[in-house]
Design a protein around this ligand. Structure first.
Ligand SMILES: Cc1cc2nc3c(=O)[nH]c(=O)nc-3n(C[C@H](O)[C@H](O)[C@H](O)COP(=O)(O)OP(=O)(O)OC[C@H]3O[C@@H](n4cnc5c(N)ncnc54)[C@H](O)[C@@H]3O)c2cc1C
Length: 501
């Protein structure tokens, strides 16, 4: 019953750091502290929620079960955006209608859906807002398959401190690191707070939320049980991960306890453009950064997809049973550069350590083969030497600017050449959730029949990126959706508290 919550509302001053001890409702456990807004998770979505709530004048507490804040802020560094000042500066002509039409092709979801329309229309504002919060936005670029115009904006963090610290600036909020939220506190069907547990000490407690709780706990792809439940086909894989270690579905018990609905949880983005870190195969996958012309082949040496599919999210469906290899000609193996797992674009200016092919081989990677002789390299990699004929046929098409069997228009620069041949063994990588808990356009969490659950919002990967659904089988640049949803959620929870009588 909402009135219980409304009776708790109070107007705190801007920048309140959370020492308020307003009485809890009779039926709730005794709260250690009560804030206007409780945010769970310090990734992009949670950070945006904290900022939006604090900037609205709410008192905010942020729970993060890791001991450091904002690992996801550092990683999520590519943002899809239309009609942005950066597009305008680059002379790029774009429109909502064009982006909607291309969204359908890009993600398989309806580009004219209200959720997608709202998100697309809001991308420019959220990028300007991020720029105002210290993010140096570069681009836009046109990543593979993102449509006919450049829409991928990249982040840099030029200031002092971590990207999370730079984003938060001097915003006043309370951080509870190393503290996991274990479930909601519900009174008369409304979420009025959270139960928590200190990960190190095991101490437990409950914290009140006058306006609401924003759940921004990220994806669940490191939780094999949760993946198997929605995608039994992926449970059969021996995947590598291109998702944060914390992507274990930390919000799932919370959502279950409040009876939240789910929307397209089977929409899981899978990449095949990575190899495991030879130093620690269980860490995040490595990303192939720069590649000369290449082909993707199976163990039979035949192509199974066009090169352009390499960066898309559902290539795993195309993988041949015997495995997949990227084959490329390299003049200089040093020029074939891979990123280490902790790398991301945002830190590029700080001079990240990159790995060349020989450096990776020296580390003992079994996924990389390079040899001056193509047949030798193929045999060592476990690929049928018939791949030589496939390369010859492809090079002939490229030399004469023809179209290949996948409909890709080639030109002479696409030819595979080199003094050596590299084979990179690709394993499927679980990358991102593009479906999750059911939310509306304001990021409010809904029951399966679409009824808002009072006092709870969700944003980020745990909702599948776009509030209200519509991410389909996935898109690059989802950082804008994380921040977009987080802002809505934080503002909504703050408004509910601050507007209460
Ligand atoms: C190597 C790598 C490169 C990437 N590159 C990009 C990129 O270029 N562009 C892009 O858009 N994305 C990229 N991503 C993905 C991106 O990092 C995620 O999509 C993003 O971080 C998700 O944001 P989020 O706010 O939803 O959740 P997260 O960033 O996952 O944050 C959720 C937080 O909630 C915490 N948490 C979970 N459960 C609880 C609980 N019960 N109590 C308290 N805290 C909890 C977690 O510890 C975590 O810190 C990359 C990821 C990796 C690993």
């Amino acid at each position: 019953m909402i009135p219980v919550l409304l009776a708790l509302g109070c107007s705190e001053s801007v920048g309140h750091t959370g020492t308020d001890t307003a009485p809890a409702p009779d039926t709730a456990p005794e709260f250690d502290t009560t804030y206007d807004v409780v945010v769970v998770g310090s990734g992009p979505a949670g950070s945006a929620a904290v900022l939006a709530a604090a900037e609205a004048g709410a008192s905010v507490v942020l729970f993060e079960r890791e001991t450091t804040l904002g690992e996801g802020v550092r990683m999520a560094s590519q943002a899809y955006g239309i009609l942005t000042p950066w597009q305008e500066d680059a002379g790029i002509v774009d429109s909502l209608a064009l982006a909607q039409a291309e969204w359908t092709t890009l993600t398989g979801a309806d580009g004219t859906a209200a959720s997608v329309t709202a998100y697309l229309s809001g991308t420019s504002e959220v990028l300007v807002w991020l720029s105002d919060h210290g993010v140096d936005i570069r681009g836009p670029n046109n990543a593979a398959g993102e449509g006919s115009v450049a829409r991928i904006h990249e982040f840099r963090w030029p200031g002092e401190g971590t990207s999370f610290e730079q984003l938060m600036g001097d915003t006043a909020y309370t951080a509870r690191t190393g503290v996991e939220v274990t479930g909601p506190v519900i009174v008369d069907g409304a979420v009025v707070g959270v139960e928590w547990r200190d990960v190190a000490t095991g101490e437990t407690g409950a914290t009140g939320a006058r306006g609401g709780v924003v759940v921004a706990t990220g994806g669940f792809l490191r939780n094999r049980e949760a993946v198997a439940e929605v995608r039994p086909d992926l449970a059969e894989l021996d995947p590598i991960f291109e998702t944060l270690k914390s992507s274990t579905g930390g919000g799932l018990p919370f959502f279950e306890a409040i009876g939240a609905g789910r929307e397209e949880p089977a929409n899981i983005g899978t990449y095949v453009h990575s190899v495991p870190d030879p130093r620690d195969p269980d860490t995040e996958a490595m990303i192939l950064m720069t590649t000369p012309a290449y082909l993707l082949v199976g163990s039979d040496g035949q192509r199974f997809t066009a090169g352009g599919s390499f960066g898309s999210f559902d290539v795993v469906d195309l993988l041949p049973a015997g495995g997949a290899w990227l084959v490329a000609g390299v003049d200089d193996a040093e020029s074939m550069v891979f990123s280490p797992p902790a790398y991301n674009w945002a830190n590029q200016d700080a001079g990240p350590e990159l790995y060349s092919l020989p450096a990776l081989q020296a580390l003992g990677s079994e996924d990389l083969v390079v040899d001056a002789d193509l047949a030798t390299a193929a045999v060592v990699a476990g690929v049928d030497p018939a791949v030589a004929d496939v390369i010859d046929a492809y090079n002939d098409l490229a030399a004469t600017s023809q179209t290949d069997e996948f409909g890709t228009s080639l030109d002479p620069t696409d030819q595979l050449r080199g003094t050596s041949w590299a084979f990179v063994h690709f394993r499927p990588a679980l990358a991102k959730n593009f479906g999750g808990v059911l939310t509306d356009l304001s990021s409010r969490v809904l029951t399966p029949d679409g009824t808002p659950i009072p006092g709870v919002w969700a944003a980020g990967e745990c909702v599948g990126m776009v509030p209200g659904g519509g991410s389909g089988r996935g898109f690059s640049g989802s950082a804008s959706a994380l921040y977009y949803g987080g802002r809505l959620a934080g503002a909504g929870a703050a408004e509910r508290s601050l507007s209460a009588p």
